[in-house]
Structures are given as structure tokens and as C-alpha cells.
Write a protein that binds this ligand. Sequence first.
Ligand code: ZN
Length: 453
Amino acid sequence: MSYVQFGSVLTVILFFGMVGCDFETHNPDAKDDHQLQAESADSTSTEKTVEVETDTFGIEIDDIEVQEERVRPGDTFTRILERQGLSRSHAHNLSREIQPEFNVRRIVSGRNVRFYHNADSTGDLQHIIYQHNRLHYTHVDLSSDSLMVSNNNRDTETRLRYADGQIQGSLYQTLRARNHSTELAYEIAQVFAWQLDFHRIRQGDEFRIIYEEHLLEGEPIGIGNIKVAHINHINENFFAFRYEEEGNEYYYDEAGNSLRKSYKRAPLRYSRISSHFTDNRYHPVLGRNMPHHGIDYAAPTGTPVYAVGDGTINQAHYERNNGNFVRIRHNSQHESGYLHLNRIAEGIQPGVEVEQGDLIGYVGSTGLATGPHLCYRFWENGQPIDPLDVDADPVEPLAEEYLDNYESHIFSMMHLMQQLPEKEVDEQQAVLGSLLDVDDSMDVMEEAGLGGF
Ligand SMILES: [Zn+2]
């Protein structure tokens, strides 16, 4: 489907939209938000009875008195327990009992510890929460006969946000100026790695993105997945729709083609790995330990070597250490390298475009090598990474049977992208709040009389 066709589709959707589209819905998380705020306001004081039923750690606090302490310099866990009214021997035993699950010797000065005492005359200690950081905490449960210690993460919320704009300076700067996480710039570069080189993104290019943002106590702590992205780069349109099919989520373009291209698992056919990627190995020729940022494949001289993915040759020549070697730029992030070749294949020179599986050379032992092998390397943003970590799953377009559903999905997303720029941030959030679950998007569209495309 071309962009021109998309334009007419959007006109139709917009027309329907004016007829009876009501995206105003209540944010189901609003109540939780309120509770969290009430709770966090209390947590700064040292001693407080909180009146909501459970607190932010999921602990019931009816008839419970919560006391909060900070670990002091030189504190031991036993000493903190004693300050909470436990006898020395009781505090000692408790510290020892929880040690296997929670290393109390590792407590850090300044961290929060919460104590939950019965509000009655006994004042019995029921729970302890030690906060490792904002997200992670240890829960010591003393409320039943058997002691229970668990390490948990606090519940975070996820909301969708809309970002748009025209690039001023870099995408990074533009996002920051508009109060969006700059992590988004990296995520977008990932999504469009095969389509766009973000180093070349220009002043005046435009973007529209719907993405997930994670919140803890109402404050952003990071971003999740990009749901939809539209980039206009030198008047060319690029779309990415995240879509789930049989439990796998990938990005597809407006026609259902995967945005990712595949890599072959290995650049040669019959071989075995003789040396893995490591930061430190004994180098047989140099006689000392040094990093080996590649994989060695043992193979006879003359074994054909193939490009692991589509790309452009950026180096193909002889070097003293690497011997005859070829380097391919695959996309804006990835490059692969092939060292010690006996010979570089005919026609392989800088600037030449290759396809996955094209012959680029033959295994040899040129340069610093003890015997015939292929040293295969991979770089992400210029940094060497283990080639075995590279995603080599096959890439297929969406299966025919999912295309109808997919089209409905992208219609609703495109419709949203048309609507959101017109709205205030509050309204945007209300609309997006009802779309958190992608499956819901169709329900919302149905309700709005927009279903059944
Ligand atoms: Zn090697």
C-alpha cells in the first residue's frame, strides 16, 4: 500500500471520525494514582498511621502502624531492629534467619526500611520492607507462623504517550525540548535501523510517535515499546506499527512487511567454532592475553565466505594484522567483518551493494593467523558485539490470515495519529488511556462506530 492510498483512507476515516467518534474515557488507573500519591506523601515522615487499606508494597495496613527509618552510617540490621523495640537476642535471631534470602550485611546507609507494627497494645512487628532502590524491595513477612522473605519489584504503571514534532537540531534535542524521554531517539533508531540512517536525519524532518511510558508513583521511570511511528524524512514517509502475531511482536510497515531484515547465523556453510567472543584470551601468535572480539570458524583454505546480510561494502583490502578482510555496513547500526581471507571475491570493493548470501571471499590465513580460519566480527554502533548475540530469526511478512486484522489495527492507529495533534495533552492521555491494550483498540473503534472495515 502506498502512502498516496493511505491519504485517501485517512480522509475516509476522518469523515467517520466526525460522525460519531468519542474517545473520551475514564482512566481506570486514576484511583490507584490517588492512593499512591496519598501514600507517598506519608512516607517522608518517620511515624505515621496510614488509613488506606493496602500500601504501595501491597501490605494490608488496617490497624497497623507504619514506621519508617533510614539506615544510618555504620548501622547493622540487628541494631535497626533493636531501635524498633526488639530484644537483642530476638533481633539477632531474626537477622540470621532472613540472611539466606536477604543479605542483611549488605544494607546501605540512607536506604529506607519500613516497619509494620500491630496498632494494638502488643505492638507486634508484622512486616519489614527494605527498599534497595525505588523499584526493588525485600519483604520480610512475620505475620504468620512461618517467616517468609521475598524479593520483589514495585508495581509500575504503563501509559501511552504521544510525541510529535519537527526536527530542530537532532531528534535527541527535539525530544528533550518537548519533554519526552531521550531514550526514544535510540528506540526509534532501532525500529527504523534498516530504513533510515538517523545520523542523516535533517532539520525539518517530522515525526509522530505513540509509545509506552512506565511510571512509578506517577513519575516516569523509563519507556517501553514504541507502538506506532511515522517519520517524514526528506518528504519520504516511513511507518512502523508494532503488531502481535501468535505471541510475537514485531514492527511492520503499512503493507505488513517486516521492518527488520534477517542475518544468517554464520557466514560459511561447513565449519565449527574454534574460538568464541571474549574480552580476554591467550593469543597464539602474540603469546599474550588480549580480547578476541569475534568468532573463529575453523575451515579449510578456499571455503567460500558469504555476506550474512544485505548491505554495502565499506572496506575490502589487505591489512598487516587482519590480512585480506571485508567489512560490510548493513544498516545504520550494524556492520560485519570477515578476516584473514585467502582471497577477496571478485567485484567486492567499497561502495558495492551486496545481498545476504553473496560470495565475498574465501577462507585463508593471511595476516596474523596460525592456520586457515575465518575470524567473523560484528559491530553495533561501532562497538564490537558477539556475533552469536545477533538476532538471526527468520524475517517474514505478516501471514495472509492476519492481514485483515492488521489493516484494522493500522487504520485505528492512523486515525489516532490524525486526531492527537489537535488535542490538549490531557485529552490525548484520556484517548490513549483507553488504548493501552492493543486488542482494545478495536473495541474502542467499534464503540465509536468505526469497526468493520
Ligand atoms: Zn578471530
